[in-house]
Each structure stands twice: as C-alpha cells, then as structure tokens.
Design a protein around this ligand. Structure first.
Ligand code: UDP
Length: 451
C-alpha cells in the first residue's frame, strides 16, 4: 500500500452500495474483508435504506442526498435507480472531495468500489483519476443473461409473445424466455438501466459475490468476454466476519422456537426484502403450510402484503390451525435460521443472497421467484445444481402442500438434501486457504495495493 518512496499510502477504499438489503449486505461484507486486510473503509450511501453507522464502528459513513421516492416493485426499482444515479452524481464529487480533505497528509484513496446499479461514481472517479471497480452482487448467470438481452433484442426476440414464455433461450440453458431478467410490461423504461450499467468500460475489474464451484464455466465465459480481471470472491457472508447490516430488527425469538423442533423438520419461508404478495396469496400460503403438517417458520415482512398491515387479515380459522405448528415473524436472523439443525428446507424467492445462504448451509429449496434475477437463480437451483423444486403458477394451497411434502418428506427431497450437503462441502473448499475464493480475494487485495 505504500507508494512514492513511502510518502503516500493509498489505504482507503470508498464503497458505494446499492440501497437495497440484498445489495448492502454483500458490499459491507466485502468492506469487512478489505478492512481486515489493512484498508480503511468509507461507505458513501443514499439515505434511503442507509445502514446504521453505529453497527459498523470500523467504517466511516458519508450520506448522499435523500430522495423522496421509494421502491417496492421492479418497475419502481428501475425508476428509483435511474433517478438516484442522476441525483447523486454531483454530490458524489463533493463527497469524494470531503473524504480527501479529511485524510491524513500521507493517506490517499486507493479505489472506489461501486454496486453495478450505482454507476454514478464513474464520472467523478474519472475526473479525479481514481481507479474504479464494479461490484456485482448477483450471480454470474444473471450477469450473462443481462449481457445476452441486447443480442436477443437485436434479433427481435424481445419483447416476446406470451406463447413463447416457456420456450428455451437456446444460448442460455436452462432459462426460458419467461425467466429472463427483464420487465416486459415497462420495456422502454427497463432498457435504460442495463444500457447504463453495462457501460463499465472505465472500471479496472469486476468483483462477483459468487463461487467457482457453482458457476465455474459461466465465470470462465465472462472472463473470456471481459477486458478486465474478474474476481469471484464469494460467498461473502461466509468469508466476512463483519457485523450484521440488517435494516430491519431481527426477531431472534424464532431461534428458541426452532430449538424445540426436531432435526430437519422445519420449512423456513421468506421472500426477502422487496417481494410482496396479496392477501389471497397470503391466505393460500398459510393453508398450504398448515396442510403440509410440517412445522414452519414464516417471515411476513410488514409492508409486504398488498392491502394489509401485516397478518391481521389471516382468517381466524387459519390462525387457530397455525397454532403451535407455525411461527410467524416480521424479520428473521436468516443466516442463523438456515444454520439451525431443525431447518430442513427453505421456501424462498431465490434472491442471490438467500440462495447462497441456503447452499452454504446445505438446505434444499422450494423456488418461488417473483421478479428480475430471482427467476434466473431459481432455474439454476432447480435445473443446474438440482437442490430445489420449482413452485410455479398461481399460489394455491394444494400445490404448496404438495411441494412442501415433496421436499420435506419424500425421497426426492431427501436426495436434494444430500446434494445440497455436497455443495456446502464444495463451497467450504473454495473458501479455505488455497481455495478459489481465497485466492481470488488475495489477488484482489494485491491489485488494490498496486494502484
Ligand atoms: N434476510 C434476513 N431476514 C429475513 C429475510 C431476509 O436477514 O427475514 C436477509 C437475507 O439473509 C439476505 C437478504 O436479507 O441476506 C435478502 O437478500 P436477497 O438477495 O436474498 O433478496 P432481496 O431482499 O434482495 O430480494
């Protein structure tokens, strides 16, 4: 890190996370890893969904201007991300200048690492001649699918008619057209984001929160197409020992409830920090879980039920049937839940963090993707790694009951549990000394030190 005859040390890394739970977690985990390698960390973040600085005493935080908008659907997320990038561009210049003023006389910024959704730092970094690195918080598969969208569009395959939804996208096995990470309903608007986020030419490297043993051939393909080095350094939640960056309070009482359940018996249900459902779907989910007769731990995030505050809309009969069998929380300590011996399956929306967290604990999944990258991840879970069952179509109690029983009781589920355990062991090998992610982190640290 020492430069110019030991005069100036480029020892600070500026992180710019995307303002969503699934983007904040891995970015701050990366920050902890870099901090333990001797770097000082400054997090520059929009005030919307900002993590609590007091939970991260090792980092400095600089707020960007607040925006009045919020984002709860994919359409809104796209508008929100575009607006945020516009709003933050100029202010980021000022933030960087502020960081530089506060540095010791011999300290300097080594580089800026920004989330792929937050492309606004590029311009300021270029002006100030600071190196930039892009951070992809999603899978390599999603990254390749996003790249392929332009080609598919040029060939006239996008937008695609309803009749093609189930057709395979030849160059993207096992994806079907309906799994593509696009928003057919707001296509014009949608295109603005990938056209901007794909413009990463000035960044010197790309970091992936993924792991070689899961996405080896896809990572090789990306590296072949890419002019700059790529660093698959995940799963970051497993490598980092940093504090939790949860935006909502975790209800740890569910861990005591899990202590009372038998090994591998509980199905854990969560659709992450953004996805939502309507009251009818909530009720179908409730009955499906009850009728499966498996114990369940169910996260119902406040605000995630369209037209309701929380679970007050569940019919009394259902509430009575849930009784002792089910435990409902507003937000769970998910990583601890998945590591608990009582949990034997995860009904998930297949956000990339949830997918990695489940695989790392050897927990097979029921895949209920809602939008965007989740559909790609779900296909990989069910058709490539084969550690999950798909739950497609309308949410309906009979289907939920069937798929929960299949995963938790049937031989097919047991075989998936065995496969998931093997994947867990493979991931462990990638993380430990000499493993692919371990080596990748060392190469990344060396690169940043060389700036
Ligand atoms: N999470 C949590 N408690 C919950 C539900 C989710 O801590 O009750 C965490 C989960 O561990 C993961 C993140 O929230 O790290 C969700 O990210 P993901 O990429 O899975 O989905 P997103 O929320 O971005 O859709």
């Amino acid at each position: 890190m020492e430069k110019r005859g030991n005069i100036r040390r480029l020892n600070r890394v500026v992180l710019v996370p995307g303002p969503f739970q699934g983007h904040i977690n891995p970015m701050l985990q990366l920050g902890s890893i870099l901090h333990s390698n001797g770097f000082f960390i400054t997090v520059v973040q929009a005030q919307y969904n900002s993590p609590k600085p007091s939970s991260h005493p090792d980092f400095s935080f600089l707020p960007l201007p607040d925006t009045s908008s919020s984002a709860t659907t994919t359409g809104e997320i796209i508008d929100f991300a575009l607006q945020l990038n516009t709003d933050c561009k100029a202010r980021f210049q000022e933030c960087l200048a502020q960081v530089m003023r506060q540095l010791g006389p011999y300290d300097g910024i080594a580089c800026i690492i920004y989330d792929q959704l937050m492309y606004f730092p590029e311009a300021a970094a270029k002006d100030l001649k600071l190196p930039c690195i892009v951070f992809q918080s999603g899978s390599a598969a999603v990254s390749l699918a996003c790249d392929a969208l332009f080609q598919l569009k040029a060939e006239g395959h996008i937008p695609f008619p309803e009749s093609m939804s189930n057709d395979p996208v030849l160059e993207l096995y096992p994806l079907r057209f309906k799994d593509l990470p696009i928003l057919q309903e707001k296509l014009e608007n949608f295109w603005q984001l990938p056209s901007k986020t794909n413009n990463i030419r000035t960044s010197l490297a790309i970091i992936y929160d993924t792991v070689d043993c899961l996405e080896n051939s896809l990572l090789a393909k990306i590296q072949q197409q890419c002019q700059v080095p790529t660093f698959p350094i995940g799963p970051l939640h497993r490598i980092s020992s940093g504090p939790s960056s949860s935006l909502l309070e975790e209800d740890t009482s569910c861990l005591s409830w899990l202590d009372k359940q038998s090994c591998n018996s509980v199905i854990y249900v969560s659709l992450g920090s953004i996805a939502s459902m309507d009251v009818k779907e909530l009720v179908e989910m409730g009955w499906g879980l009850v009728n499966s007769q498996q114990p369940f731990l169910w996260v119902v995030r406040p605000g995630s039920i369209l037209g309701a505050e929380w679970i007050e809309v569940l019919p009394e009969g259902l509430k009575k049937n849930i009784g002792e069998r089910g435990y409902i929380v507003k937000w769970a300590p998910q990583k601890e839940v998945l590591a608990h011996g009582a949990v034997g399956g995860f009904l998930s929306h297949c956000g990339w963090n949830s997918t990695l967290e489940s695989i790392c604990e050897g927990i097979p999944m029921i895949c209920r993707p809602c939008f965007g990258d989740q559909k790609v991840n779900a296909r990989y879970v069910s058709h490539v790694w084969r550690v999950g069952l798909e739950l497609e179509g309308d949410l309906e109690r009979g289907e939920i009951e069937k798929v929960v029983k299949k995963l938790m009781i049937d031989e097919e589920g047991e075989a998936m549990r065995e496969k998931a355990k093997k994947l867990k062991e493979n991931v462990k090998l990638c993380i430990k000394e000499g493993g692919s992610s371990y080596n990748s982190i060392n190469r990344l640290v060396e690169m940043i030190r060389s700036f």
